[in-house]
Design a protein around this ligand. Structure first.
Ligand code: TYD
Length: 213
């Protein structure tokens, strides 16, 4: 039985991850795999509506965490699990590590409550938890990220946070990596675009090889 491959992309705002996802999609297609590209919060009509709310309206920290996980549940049920069951590669721009990093690290919301929500929302029928097979973490100093963002678009609720918020988000990612080191690949996102791209291709290529693709 073919089983799909679930790859997520993470990092603070301005780390540049989005630019590299298309390259990974091409790499996967060249390896003969069907690819589903998606994002969080979002990825279904309901989840995209929740994204609009959560990225633009001020709200209580638990409400924010619940909406992230509500959007995620819908996304898992409607898109991610069916794609993995077909044997596709799912490339997801952010997933649960972002909730631990932003709501847990950045906002200082209770890590254990997030873990409870994770175990409820990502439970599989056999009792295991759905987790990414591989998480590519674009790690970058928040001051460099802020410089990159300054020249970009109108910031959303998170992008307009100060550098110390992003330092806490970064620490949240580091804590998640320490908890689940096997699935994390940390990429130094301060390098040139080409160097980062080459590293990402190497990591994903090695993983696809290991996966027998
Ligand atoms: P992002 O992925 O950067 O999309 P875009 O590049 O289109 O702006 O934006 C999503 C924002 O949502 C980002 O600031 C991180 C935040 N976020 C959370 O706070 N918690 C989460 O669980 C997720 C998935 C995202």
């Amino acid at each position: 039985m073919t089983r799909g491959t679930f790859i997520t992309f993470e990092g603070i705002d301005g780390a540049g991850k989005s630019t590299h996802i298309e390259r990974v999609a091409q790499l996967c297609r060249e390896a003969g795999r069907a690819v589903v590209r998606t994002r969080e919060p979002g990825g279904t009509p309901v989840s995209e509506k929740l994204r609009e709310l959560v990225l633009h309206e001020p709200m209580d920290a638990l409400t924010e965490a619940l909406l992230m996980f509500a959007a995620r549940r819908e996304h898992l049920v409607q898109v991610i699990e069916p794609a993995l069951a077909r044997g596709d590669v799912v490339l997801c721009d952010r997933f649960t590590d972002a909730t631990f990093a932003y709501q847990g690290g950045g906002r200082g919301f209770d890590w254990q409550v997030l873990a409870q929500l994770e175990s409820m929302v990502q439970a599989l029928p056999d009792g295991a938890l759905r987790q990414p097979d591989l998480t590519v973490w674009f790690d970058l100093d928040p001051h460099i990220a802020a410089e990159r963002l300054a020249s970009a678009r109108v910031p959303d609720k998170f992008e307009s946070q100060p550098a110390d918020f992003f330092a806490a988000v970064r620490a949240g990612y580091a804590k998640r990596q320490a908890e689940m080191p096997d699935r994390f690949a940390r990429i130094d996102a301060a390098q040139s675009m080409d160097a980062v791209g080459a590293n990402v291709s190497r990591v994903v290529g090695a993983w696809l090889g290991r996966d027998g693709a």
